[in-house]
Design a protein around this ligand. Sequence first.
Ligand code: PHE
Length: 342
Amino acid sequence: MSHSSLKDFLSEVENFKAETKEQLEEFRLKFLSKKGIVAELFSQLKTIAAENRKEFGLEVNKLKKAAEEKFENFRYLYEKKTADVSGIDITLPGEPFLIGSHHPVSIVRKKIISIFSHIGFSLSEGPEIEDDWHNFSALNFPEDHPARDMQDTFFVKTENGTRPYALRTHTSSVQVRVMESTKPPIRTISPGRVYRNEAISARAHCFFHQVEGLYVDEGVSFADLKQTLLYFAREMFGADSQIRLRPSYFPFTEPSAEMDVSCFLCHGKGCNVCKYTGWVEILGCGMVHPAVLENCKIDSNRYTGYAFGMGIERITMLLYGIKDLRLFSQNDVRFLQQFAGL
Ligand code: PHE
């Protein structure tokens, strides 16, 4: 093939215009297919005299590039044209499709539920608007206990000014309902939203989420409670976790304790999260007060039980290093998206 014919091919490519899809396909077959002109010219390369080979190769490459470019340009234009016909330009960049993610509080709640379901705890739920009996009286709160005060509790006033209902301040109310309606053995956890009349800040909110647990049967002891909590801590915070129990007070448990877990960040060396103590406070617990069992018509001479309760937000903040409680309810996607895939 002569040099002049190569030049002719190049000008043919440069002057080419496709009106139809068929013309474009014809062009592709002629120049760019396996048996097309470009491939044919490349196969002739070895027959060219050595001194001309390099120049010939460069020329064929130029033709190849020009043909490919032409083909792509017309294909783009052709697709655009056919797309325009239906009124939708499918060649425009698409709208990004935002995928949602689980809320961090949901992630941690699910994890807690799964840990306790593995050792036979069932799930129980109750109303968020609760009467005094289930939220306070049955749980052995004395009439004058400060938690009943307006400072801590959102009361629901009725028309005649009485306050028979409140937004529940803890999900222990659910446990009363379960004890009233089921015979021991009872082994249940109650996750749910609770409300307290607190000024909103980075560390406090007027609502948060809890998971409380209850086990009532013959012969349930403090040792059972301790072992269950150790199991929970190791599943939740890592197999090398330790726990410690400090004496505390709740009207509905006796004895009562608060549980700390060894700091899962610094492993006891001391850091910001554990405030250089090596321990972080996780939950309240204790043996169900006999008066509570009796209030729920459970024979306290025959049965004993333990109970515990934890705040989900608190654990979530510790696990993910979240510094401000308000982030959980602001619905800022930039915050929420950081939990995608978890
Ligand atoms: N109800 C308690 C709270 O809201 C937690 C708790 C539950 C403590 C069960 C002891 C036993 O703080």
